[in-house]
Each structure stands twice: as C-alpha cells, then as structure tokens.
Design a protein around this ligand. Structure first.
Ligand code: SF4
Length: 83
C-alpha cells in the first residue's frame, strides 16, 4: 500500500468534502463523463486550485487514475500560461 503524504494546502482542498469521488489518491477508476464534469466543477471552485495546479505540473504524468486540479491522468508537465 502506498503512503499518502499530504501537503499543507491539501487540507483546504474542496475535494475533501467529496470523498466518494475518484480523486487522484483513489484506487477507483472508470469515472464517467458526468463524474469528471462534476469533479472539474469542484476544482474550479476550489480555493487552493493554484497550489494544486502547480503540484500537478510537477509530475511528468500521473501514474494512476483520478483527477487533480481539474485534470485527468495525463497531467501536463507545465501549467498553461495565463492569457
Ligand atoms: S483543485 Fe481539485 S483536486 Fe486540487 S485540491 Fe482543489 S478540489 Fe482537490
């Protein structure tokens, strides 16, 4: 079993209020489009989105299923530039 190290900002993640959804640490996969849309909506309202997006960008790719900062398993190496 993989140990989960929680960073300080993660305590404020809105996803913590929705533990039944398959977030990045979840062993559950097979999210439906509706579930992913719901999760993206939650991420869009999250107060620590910027921190989470930077964290996600530190991965070359995420070797598991789930969502992090509104992105599914193929997390880009860098966050996109702001317009
Ligand atoms: S942006 Fe999404 S995945 Fe990241 S902490 Fe917030 S709710 Fe969780």
């Amino acid at each position: 079993m993989m140990a989960v190290v929680r960073l300080g900002w993660q305590r404020d993640g809105l996803c913590r209020e929705y533990p039944s959804l398959p977030w990045i640490e979840s062993p559950r996969g097979g999210s439906t489009t509706a579930t992913l849309d719901q999760m993206r909506s939650i991420c869009a309202r999250c107060l620590v989105y910027a921190e989470c997006r930077s964290y996600a960008a530190s991965f070359g790719s995420v070797p598991t299923s789930g969502m992090l900062a509104g992105m599914t398993t193929a997390v880009p190496r860098r966050a996109p530039r702001s317009p």
